[in-house]
Design a protein around this ligand. Sequence first.
Ligand SMILES: [Zn+2]
Length: 262
Amino acid sequence: MILPLDSSHKDASRARRTLAKDSSSGEATEARISGHRSSRRRFMQLTVGGAAAGIITAAGGRLGSPHAVMAQSKLSPDAALQALMEGNRRFTTNGATAHERDLAILRENTVEKQEPFAAVLSCADSRVPVELVFDQSIGQIFVTRIAGNVVTSEIIASLEYGAAVLGTKVILVMGHSNCGAVKATIQAKGVPGQISALYPHIQPAVDQAGSNLEAATKANAKIQAALLRQASTVISDLLKKNELKVVAAYYEIGSGSVTLLS
Ligand SMILES: [Zn+2]
């Protein structure tokens, strides 16, 4: 369970603006990381505490082994990415097999543990059913979804938990065709409620790629992936150790196919 953090959205949006202007700016990266450090420390305290509590519970219960709770994928980052892409190939060629698995057994096996091999940051769009798209089932992928697949402090916290605690080996940041969030940002019209709160996150992609929806959506996925690589010290440390990959991708709704962008 991920607990709410007190970190501000401002760090992420400031970083995003800077990143869109100049992705090679070391100074900007430093500012971003230092702004994120205190919330990261608190997050790790919370998650490590939670993980330890889980282990103690299991040790006192019927499982009796920390490994049963915290077992992690042994795949390399490249192999994890390949497994996702092979799943997508099965999905697009009507060869999906995930639905044949016994869900009752999967549910039972994952009561006390989860060991997802991959994480996906996807749009909330109903036409992007992430597990189906990659032909995966219960306990296999750690999915965060938000309109426009934008990186916020809470999304970073979630993906850090997936990578640092659960051991996901790849994070796919996936935009998709006909994305309403990107389209709305391009049009910049008045919208009800707080929908426009998404715009500042996506605007750098529109500034970079212009008003072509596909180009802006692909730019957005790349910008969000770059932001994730640099704004999170947890993730950047795992990247340096080659224990994780962060890859931008684009999902074509009509064909069901996922294309890697970076
Ligand atoms: Zn969308």
